[in-house]
Design a protein around this ligand. Sequence first.
Ligand code: ARG
Length: 269
Amino acid sequence: MKRFLMCEPRFFEVCYVINPWMEGNLGKVDSELAQQQWRNLYGIVSGLASVSLIEPVAGLPDMVFTANAGLVQSKEDGKKEFIVSSFRHAERQPEAKHFEKFFSSLGYRVRHLKEETIFEGAGDALFDSQGRLCFGSGIRSESHALDEIVDMLDVEACGLELVNPHWYHLDTAFCPLPEGQAIAYAKAFAGKSVDTLNHAFGESIIWVSETDAKNFACNAISINQSVIMHSASAELKTALKQRGLEVIEVDVSEFLKAGGACKCLTLEI
Ligand code: ARG
């Protein structure tokens, strides 16, 4: 059974702007509604997988986006490693020590990249069904972070360049699915990276429309045959159904105001 980490949105709000979605949304989060939406998501995820919780910290509103805590790799001997993020923006940097403490208390081996290297965890680093590490850089994480990670974890990698500030983390524009399928939004990527994705996933990649991309359809949680996302067009649902997958929609509109949706509210651990 998959296991995820989530963080209750007790202190969630939009009180700074570090991505284009946050512009115009300062102070606009309905806190009650955000907590209700998060509980709905928690209910769905915990019905399909097990969920651990990290205690939220006052003053760190984006800590709810646990995808950015770091990158977890399970080793063959059952041991787990956690490469802790080092955030680009000062507003999120203090989150790292809380995530580090949490993972070391669970017995994970905590690892760090070089001091100056910017890396935003599973927001930019996603394992596909073959164990290949798909890595997005250019807006938040730096491409040389991938070189360090490959040396550390001994994994095959697929480097992708993000070019559109609205799709600033790889998980806002790309989601690998269980049997080699994937969904992605082409305009988020440099032309060469679109070629890389077509080459890597062939017919199994679904390129989503701008409307689906703006509804954060690529920011999806994949558990067994279910794909959990904020919203999907009929066309996307059909395309996934044809590939044996079922969409579960969960309204997370309050989190869209901060530039995040379902997937970034979770971290597979
Ligand atoms: N406001 C947060 C930020 O800009 C949102 C993070 C969303 N996380 C993600 N993995 N896409 O960092």
